[in-house]
Design a protein around this ligand. Structure first.
Ligand code: S3P
Length: 180
């Protein structure tokens, strides 16, 4: 049986609730919390928008990959990832090695509402944001699906219900697949 470290990794599109749910999961399970976007900003010593503006998206992706590599070896952590992390095949392989991977899915309306006014999502600072979101969703959803152990549709769930659903499945993972 494949054995993985005892971490939960949250993936999903921008605005799917990874940070909110991740922080609650960390509290409930008494795990640490790692937000990869925050780690990138700390490492680069500037904001995500500044990285995109000054160094470009490819440089941002390189930071993202390096921070994910740094997570190899951590244990009992909730790891919240940026929505584009699954675009690189090497990241998808790493995510599967990092822990139990959970894909949070919000509907299009909620995604648009939650991302409309954000500052750290330069990809959506465009005139035709709805089109861009649709296009990214089309290319990315199969990639989230490829890495995820569990899919959660959050539409009709409160954060508390989402967390409960994840904890139930995660406990099965911890009991059967987890390298302590
Ligand atoms: C991105 C998502 C963002 C952040 C960056 C790029 C993406 O994170 O990493 O703006 O490509 O989808 P969230 O998914 O936390 O918004």
């Amino acid at each position: 049986m494949d054995s993985r470290p005892c971490n939960l990794v949250l993936v999903g599109f921008m605005g799917s609730g990874k940070t909110t749910i991740g922080r609650r999961l960390a509290e409930d399970l008494d795990f640490g919390f790692i937000d990869l976007d925050e780690e990138i900003e700390r490492t680069a010593n500037c904001s995500i928008s500044e990285i995109f503006a000054n160094e470009g998206e490819q440089k941002f992706r390189e930071y993202e990959h390096q921070i994910l590599l740094r997570c190899q070896g951590v244990n009992k952590q909730i790891i919240s990832t940026g929505g584009g992390i699954i675009e690189r095949a090497e990241n998808r392989a790493l995510l599967r090695k990092t822990g139990f991977v959970i894909w949070l899915i919000a509907n299009l309306r909620e995604t648009l509402e939650r991302t409309a006014h954000s500052n750290n999502r330069p990809l959506l600072k465009v005139e035709n944001m709805k089109e861009v979101v649709r296009c990214l969703i089309r290319t990315r959803y199969p990639l989230y699906e490829e890495v995820a152990d569990l899919h959660i549709y959050t539409n009709n769930l409160s954060p508390k219900e989402t967390v409960c659903g994840i904890v139930d499945s995660a406990n099965v993972f911890f009991a059967t697949n987890c390298r302590n």
